[in-house]
Design a protein around this ligand. Structure first.
Ligand SMILES: Nc1ncnc2c1ncn2[C@@H]1O[C@H](COP(=O)(O)OP(=O)(O)OP(=O)(O)O)[C@@H](O)[C@H]1O
Length: 273
């Protein structure tokens, strides 16, 4: 299912957080969204799953303006693994994963055998089967991430939104999660900080800065040393990975004067009267 952002802007409290972003994500492709802290990655993604209303512009999913879809239809099209977890009430891991089935269920009936099977399979896939009867609130950060991934998988949507999904995850599970999420032929939009996960798993990358889209394209086209210096204020070298042969971005150091520039660029953003 394809996605498009058409001249999307978001203003909050007079500040323009997302500034006239237009981009298209073809069906079945993986888009990584990269950019410094506070550049608007989460806010842009939130407009897609209707957690944030754009001040102007349109976000389309499968050709439809998301604002015109009802909540259940949005949840049938888009599964979200967001940074913040608001589920702090005491439910078990299995119950948390089962929440992914809600958009497909009618009323308050018991979970079907097929639903239970889907949940058990997903918990196994993410390496969380042994946690099934534990309370979600008592899990470690990485364990929570695994369970939240299971919940998005059982939702069986054509579109996945992953907002910094590898937070808290050990290096092996970072790779496993990205592989689980990107190997199903789904359309995936994911905010990431690790450029090497982007080069490994994303078809395209969008580089944001101060709410604006700086560049979009294949990772090997977009992520050159200049773009990384301008975007993040660090010096780097792009080398060939000795094992995979893919581009490997080796970060060397902060570019002199970069911190001041970064603060200058994020602090005022664009003040609107
Ligand atoms: N509801 C809100 N009220 C006020 N400011 C907000 C709100 N939501 C986001 N912002 C501000 O908008 C800017 C962009 O935030 P956003 O979370 O989209 O950035 P991000 O690129 O995802 O950052 P990070 O990499 O740190 O997660 C930040 O300066 C943030 O403080």
């Amino acid at each position: 299912m394809n996605v498009s952002f058409e001249n999307v802007s978001v203003e909050i409290g007079g500040r323009r957080i997302v500034d006239n972003v237009s981009l298209a994500v073809p069906s079945g492709t993986v888009l990584g969204i990269l950019g410094p802290n506070g550049c608007g990655k989460s806010t842009l993604l939130r407009t897609l799953y209707r957690a944030q209303k754009p001040s102007s512009g349109v976000v389309r999913v499968g050709g439809d303006d998301v604002r015109n879809l009802d909540g259940r239809e949005v949840a049938r099209r888009i599964a979200v693994m967001a940074q913040e977890s608001t589920q702090e009430f005491p439910i078990t891991v299995r119950e948390m994963a089962m929440l992914g089935r809600v958009p497909h269920q009618r009323g308050f009936g018991a979970d079907s055998a097929a639903d239970v099977e889907l949940v058990d399979t997903a918990l196994r896939e993410v390496g969380a089967a042994h946690l099934a009867t534990r309370y979600f609130t008592g899990l470690s950060g990485g364990e929570k991430q695994r369970v939240l991934l299971a919940r998005t998988l059982v939702q069986q949507t054509p579109l996945l939104v992953l907002d910094e999904p590898t937070n808290h995850l050990d290096i092996a599970f970072q790779l496993e999660l990205m592989s689980l999420a990107t190997s199903r032929g789904l359309t995936v939009l994911t905010a990431l900080h690790d450029m090497n996960l982007v080069t490994e798993f994303c078809d395209h990358v969008a580089l944001l800065r101060g709410g604006e889209l700086q560049a979009i394209g294949r990772p090997d086209e977009v992520l050159d040393e200049n773009a990384i210096r301008t975007g993040f204020g660090v010096d780097s070298a792009r080398i060939e990975h000795p094992i995979t042969g893919r581009p490997l971005i080796a970060v060397a150091r902060l570019t002199p004067g970069a911190l001041e520039q970064a603060i200058h660029h994020t602090e005022p953003l664009k003040e609107h009267a």
